[in-house]
Design a protein around this ligand. Structure first.
Ligand code: ADP
Ligand code: MG
Length: 405
């Protein structure tokens, strides 16, 4: 006997939710199985029961990148949406299996999906239906929620970004709300940094109120490093495991100083970036430039690794430090596992106390997936999940769409 819709939408606490996301790195679906209770800043409690990453096949990865570049036919996009839905469902099943649980043991899934296009208002020229010449933003995450609901027979919350955008926001970033809930310290300011494909951070002043939170992209994350190593190894290696190859290289001062002139670093926040600015095309230019200047490929790799760390600290020094120094920096995302990158980040931040998000019960690779489990619960409880100060929306909104079990 399936649960009534009312029961599905009102699960008890602690709520068991699986959060699913694949980020800009396109490496695979992160699945975090969480038990969540409590409400409001400092009160939400999370127990991570288990975590897996379901890697993308080469084919899926190539298809996602192709759609993202705008080179696919409509049918290909259509097919990919459902195939990704199946991949997301598989990731949810494998985290359940790993935990020794079954779908009926959980209450909901929160699925971010895979972003293939993200066009905040200022990039688009649509005219609002009202005739007011206001620009409409748009965003598209693939990974059909119906496929997940069908496989697991639990309600699925998906498409978190759309409502914020419909309300005039950038639809991103959304994780700052999670940082605000879980990581605000009453007495000192913190910086929560996530190094995914792109690096972004959330600045949380001491005892932060919602409107005091600042969040924006600081530049490349693993994106340049991944692209560089793929060029170096002719595609054999997808990323610089633990930063081992970069550790063998030396920084080329000239290339580094040129990289630091990148226009994005000077742009005023709020700002966001992506593959258009720091993707394969940019990496190829750099790689060829390195070869022309007779710089060894591993030195170029080391240089982009250091550039990634410095772009982050520049963003802090330019836009945050003038407001007051932070007490701690808390790093998450796959980039936290790159020891060479982390060493440079620590050096840049000097005396600031350094933590991985693991120290706060949020393992670096799981943090964003946990975030979408928390956001799904906020939606089911009828609470907004966006921060106006981070997305620029007209106001707080309950995020997402719900597909019943
Ligand atoms: N052990 C590791 N050593 C170095 N880099 C790693 C390691 N594990 C993951 N990464 C990097 O993290 C990236 C994935 O990070 P993730 O946080 O999932 O980013 P995104 O949210 O963009 O998908 C990989 O592409 C890789 O570059
Ligand atoms: Mg990822």
């Amino acid at each position: 006997m399936p649960k009534s819709l009312h029961e599905q939408l009102n699960p008890p606490d602690p709520m068991r939710v699986i959060g699913l996301i694949s980020g800009t790195s396109c490496d695979g679906v992160d699945a975090a199985l969480c038990e969540i209770g409590g409400e409001g800043q400092g009160h939400v409690q999370i127990k991570l029961l288990d975590f897996v990453t379901e890697p993308y096949s080469k084919k899926i990865q190539q298809d996602v990148l192709k759609v993202s570049r705008g080179e696919s036919r409509t049918e290909e996009v259509c097919r990919l949406n459902f195939r990704l839905g199946a991949t997301f469902a598989r990731a949810a099943m494998s985290v359940l299996m790993k935990a020794g649980l079954k779908p009926s043991d959980i209450h909901a899934v929160g699925s971010h999906g895979q972003t293939v296009a993200h066009l905040p208002p200022r990039f688009d020229s649509g005219i609002m239906a009202t005739g007011i010449s206001e620009r409409i933003g748009s965003t598209l995450q693939l990974g059909e929620a119906a496929m997940i609901a069908e496989q697991l027979e639990v309600p699925v919350v998906s498409n978190f970004r759309t409502r914020d955008m419909a309300a005039g926001g950038q639809g991103a970033p959304l994780i700052p709300y999670i940082d605000y809930l879980l990581l605000t310290h009453p007495e000192h300011a913190r910086l929560a940094v996530n190094i995914g494909g792109i690096t972004n951070f959330t600045y949380l002043p001491a005892g932060a109120q919602e409107e005091e939170v600042l969040a924006f992209d600081t530049g490349p994350g693993n994106m340049l490093i991944d692209a560089m190593i793929q060029l170096m190894t002719l595609g054999k290696q997808g990323y610089d495991k633990d930063g081992e190859l970069a550790a063998q290289g030396e920084v080329d001062g000239y290339i580094l100083s040129e990289l630091l002139k990148h226009e994005f670093l000077k742009r005023k926040p709020p700002k966001s970036t992506g593959r258009e600015e720091f993707g394969l095309a940019y990496a190829k230019q750099l790689y060829e430039w390195g070869i022309k200047r007779a710089v060894k490929p591993k030195d170029t790799l080391r240089t982009v690794t250091d550039f990634t760390a410095i772009a982050l600290s520049e963003a802090y020094k330019n836009w945050i430090e003038p407001k007051g120094r932070i007490g701690e920096i808390i790093v998450s995302g796959g980039g936290a596992l790159n020891a060479t990158l982390m060493a440079r980040v620590k050096k840049e931040f000097g005396k600031v106390e350094f933590h991985l998000s693991d120290d706060f019960g949020l393992p670096v690779k799981a943090k964003e997936a946990i975030g979408f489990a928390v956001l799904a619960r906020e939606t089911l409880r009828g609470r907004p999940g966006n921060l106006r100060s981070a997305t620029g929306a007209f106001g707080p909104r309950i995020l997402g769409q719900i597909t019943p079990a």
